[in-house]
Design a protein around this ligand. Structure first.
Ligand code: ASP
Length: 359
């Protein structure tokens, strides 16, 4: 064999191997597979719901909510600092917020029209594309943990009501008496909503102040040291919701979404978030159009949702650690924690919150 023929064969082999490698390296849907982990500075962002306005809370109530946000940020950040996955940080932060009566999730959830607390939650792991959700549960102390169990220990993505609670028993998830979730403040909120409804205009202008139907849903998005993103959301839904109503929080793609490049948790008028597939829409713009996360998040939350008649906010995080906190209500409980381990928290629109340096 001449040197020239050998070189041609070698060249052909290299070409074939390169083509094969390229085919295998590009999966049909990049968001459903684990990206090659790359070193990142971990970051966690949380929200405690849009809808809060000055005057809704006294100084003590505000201090209590801010303290809970800081505790949640520290709990999630400790996980990230210890090398845990983004999803663990999301669960740790949300568990703290579910236990805090200041927020509309777990203890302190809003009441349905019938005077019950019906809870919804979801988690999504951006690296694997796996997700878990529960809706309409009434006895699960931390619905976010049950959503995680649905993801990790069942073949399903979503479970509702009594079935979800039967599954919780098999997973050693803590169940409580429904009275555990009750707070006087939420009960009075329902009474005001019922009174307003008994008035002349049940569907009239959007309610204001503490009578706003949503107020305090909680959520978290995290980026771990391996470059993986995750998102989670937990809520009691909207005050005075009718039996069986499920909002956007547990609907994957509506209130909660994470993929390899982007993670989102929403809070607001859920029906509009569902129709807009809001969380997925933000991440689709990042993935398919290369939009900056802050542009994508603001366009969907501050333009598309209000144009359709809804309102609310969201937190969004990309794989470079860029975070966005869009909202179009007077306030949104929000915060983040990154490299220096210092919690940054804000509540009202005019509150300053320094944004992290993205890497
Ligand atoms: N989005 C939630 C729902 O519609 C409410 C909220 O964010 O406070 O159920």
């Amino acid at each position: 064999m001449t040197t020239c023929v050998r070189m041609q064969r070698y060249g052909l082999t290299v070409l074939l191997m390169t083509a094969l490698a390229t085919t295998q390296a590009v999966p049909p849907d990049e968001t459903r597979t684990s990206p090659a982990p790359s070193a990142r500075t971990p970051i966690l962002a949380i929200h405690g719901g849009a809808g809060v306005a000055r005057g809704d809370l006294d100084a003590a109530g505000l201090a209590e909510a801010r303290a809970a946000l800081e505790t949640a940020l520290r709990a999630g950040h400790a996980k990230l600092q210890a090398g845990a996955l983004a999803l663990e940080a999301v669960k740790a932060a949300i568990t703290v917020l579910e236990d805090a009566p200041s927020f509309n999730a777990g203890r302190g959830a809003v009441f349905t029209h019938d005077g019950r607390n019906e809870l919804d939650a979801a988690v999504m792991d951006g690296a694997s594309g796996r997700a878990g959700a529960v809706a309409g549960v009434t006895r699960v102390r931390n619905p976010i943990l049950l959503a995680d169990a649905v993801m990790t220990s069942s073949p399903h993505v979503m479970m509702v009501g009594e079935g979800a609670e039967a599954f919780a028993k098999t997973q050693d998830i803590a169940l409580v008496d429904p009275a555990y979730f009750r707070t006087e403040r939420r009960w009075q909120q329902l009474q005001r909503a019922l009174e307003a409804e008994r008035g002349a205009q049940p569907q009239a202008a959007a309610p204001s102040g503490d009578a706003r139907p949503y107020f305090g849903t909680v959520g978290a998005v995290a980026l771990d040291a391996g470059g993986r993103l995750a998102a989670g959301t937990s809520t009691g839904g909207m005050t005075n919701k009718r039996y069986g109503r499920v909002g956007d929080a547990p609907i994957i793609g509506a209130g909660t979404w994470a993929d390899a490049r982007c993670a989102v948790s929403g809070t607001g008028w859920g029906e509009y978030y569902i129709r807009a597939a809001a969380a997925h829409e933000i991440c689709a713009r990042v993935r398919l159009r290369g939009d900056d996360i802050r542009v994508a998040a603001s366009d969907v939350i501050d333009r598309e949702i209000p144009e359709a008649g809804g309102d609310g906010g969201a937190i969004a995080l990309d794989a470079d650690g860029r975070v966005a906190f869009p909202f179009n209500t007077p306030g949104m409980y929000r915060g983040w924690i990154g490299a220096d381990g210092v919690p940054h928290v804000a509540v009202f629109r005019e509150d300053d919150i320094a944004l992290p340096d993205a890497r």
